[in-house]
Design a protein around this ligand. Structure first.
Ligand code: ACO
Length: 448
């Protein structure tokens, strides 16, 4: 509603829609969500089927290009181009090294990604005159954009691995190529995206020994986690990516902004916040008091609620199943390493027990069900990451590695849509001005 009395009425209809709760700003054929029914599909394929049958590499190809890789060799070539590498650009390495080891890794990833933009001036868009005579920003051919997207996924994964090494006192500059094929006796794919990431993050195998059963189980589970996190239509960080792209910013600057948005505890930072919350709660017996304080609106139940899902997030269901498997493997590995077996298993992991009690308690309470608050993807992901021995602060970085695919799929879609030039307009929301007008500067505030 336009209510200003002395400003001219706008030509368009204005909607006052804080948080863009019901405003669509583009067409997309990448991801479909039915929030009421708890349905999520990438390019029309249900997330459950993708998680069960496809690796992250194929899903990345599907999201970026709209199709699965055409052949085994095509998939292998694509895998090589997107996978995290142990080698990184010296500028990026120096940026990461300049941070204290205990700095938040998302600030390192954001800075490293922004720094990469300086290494790739050729990826800036050019202003050219189109057929109709109007000036427009052009980012090369489709093939070039596809190549850029693949390289960006690898750059972010590689930077994330270097950050992990830095945090763990290892060299940021690792000589070892993550692409080295390692034969596993355990049957897990040695060439999955996730296994390349684990090798790049831990080149000596001191955290995840390569030929172990545990490496295979963790790599397989991490690959599924990456699939679940790969895209989620116009979430806050993807909207940020499109927002900056609309201004003509280069792709790496757009990605740095998207990482910044993901860092927030209401978005990708929620997986870290959930783990901190479970640790604060401390024991299943303390759940009741915690829920009571949430109902008094003193705090939020992290990992619960979603703007779009008004029923159970399908990714949370898959994540819960994965948690059991990974925790069991972590407990088995611990018992094998320890001279005095603890007998720990999935049913005694304290944080999983707290999470399960919390979920059950919330789902029985009308406070949560009336507000349609159900677990989201991040409720169980932190428990899984922790069992894999990733530090809490690193969880959002893993999310960013996976979500880089979604950000870039949207970037490509936005730039490919030649027929929909209107959707490439610079994003510029309007406001409803409620301040004073035409004020006189007080005498004592005058400086000239
Ligand atoms: N705990 C307690 N109450 C909640 C929560 C929560 N996690 N989420 C929403 N509510 C309540 C609100 O207080 C509000 O109550 P009211 O009607 O009495 O005022 C009502 O539910 C509606 O909430 P909104 O904040 O309006 O919902 P919105 O769609 O704007 O927010 C969001 C969605 C940000 C995800 C929110 O649910 C939240 O903060 N959740 C916790 C953080 C989290 O887990 N984020 C991860 C989301 S998934 C992802 O980004 C990967």
């Amino acid at each position: 509603q336009h209510k200003g009395s002395d400003t001219p009425p706008p030509r368009e209809v204005w909607l006052y829609d804080p948080g863009y709760v019901s405003t669509a700003c583009c067409h997309s054929s990448i991801t479909f969500i039915d929030g009421d029914k708890g349905v999520l599909e990438y390019r029309g394929y249900p997330i459950e089927a993708l998680a069960a049958s496809c690796g992250f590499t194929s899903v990345a190809h599907l999201l970026l290009e709209g199709t699965f890789p055409a052949s085994v060799s095509a998939r292998s070539l694509f895998a090589q181009s997107i996978e995290p590498k142990a080698g990184i650009h010296p500028l990026v390495g120096d940026v990461i090294q300049s941070f204290p080891r205990d700095a938040h890794p998302m600030t390192m990833l954001m800075s490293a990604t922004a720094a990469m933009s300086a290494c790739r001036p050729e990826w800036n868009p050019a202003l050219v005159r189109g057929d109709g005579g109007s000036l427009r920003l052009v980012y090369g051919t489709r093939a070039l954009r596809s190549h850029i997207a693949q390289e960006c996924i690898s750059l972010i994964g590689s930077a994330a691995a270097a950050i992990f090494r830095h945090m763990h006192g290892m060299s940021v500059y690792s000589e070892r190529s993550a692409a080295v094929s390692v034969k596993h006796s355990t049957g897990a794919s040695p060439n999955s995206f996730a296994s390349a990431f684990l090798r790049a993050a831990d080149p000596q195998g001191s955290i995840w020994p390569e030929n172990s059963q545990q490496f295979a189980v963790f790599a397989e589970a991490l690959d599924v986690l990456f699939v679940l996190h790969a895209d989620h239509e116009l979430n806050c960080s993807t909207a940020a990516m499109r927002h900056l792209a609309s201004a003509g910013s280069d792709v790496l600057t757009c990605l740095a902004a998207a990482i910044g948005a993901l860092y927030g505890p209401l978005h990708g930072g929620a997986n870290e916040a959930v783990l901190n919350m479970l640790e604060d709660i401390g024991s299943p017996d303390a759940v009741e008091a915690y829920v009571a304080s949430v109902k008094r609106q003193e705090r939020k139940l992290m990992g619960f609620g979603h703007r779009v899902y008004r029923s159970y997030d399908p990714r949370a269901k898959l994540m819960r199943q994965l948690a059991r498997k990974v925790l069991q493997e972590a407990a088995d590995g611990h018992n094998q390493r320890s001279s005095e077996p603890t007998g720990a298993d999935t049913t005694t992991d304290p944080l999983l027990l707290i999470a399960q009690r919390l979920e059950k308690r919330a789902l029985e309470d009308s406070y949560f069900t009336e507000r349609k608050l159900y677990p989201n993807v991040d409720f169980y992901s932190g428990v899984v990451y922790r069992a894999m021995r990733f530090p809490n602060v690193f969880f959002p970085v893993l999310f960013a590695v996976a979500r880089s695919v979604g950000w870039l799929a949207h970037w490509m879609e936005m730039l490919d849509r030649d027929a929909l030039d209107a959707e490439r307009k610079i994003v510029r929301p309007r406001q409803v001005y409620v301040g004073h007008r035409q004020q006189r500067i007080p005498q004592d505030a005058m400086e000239k």
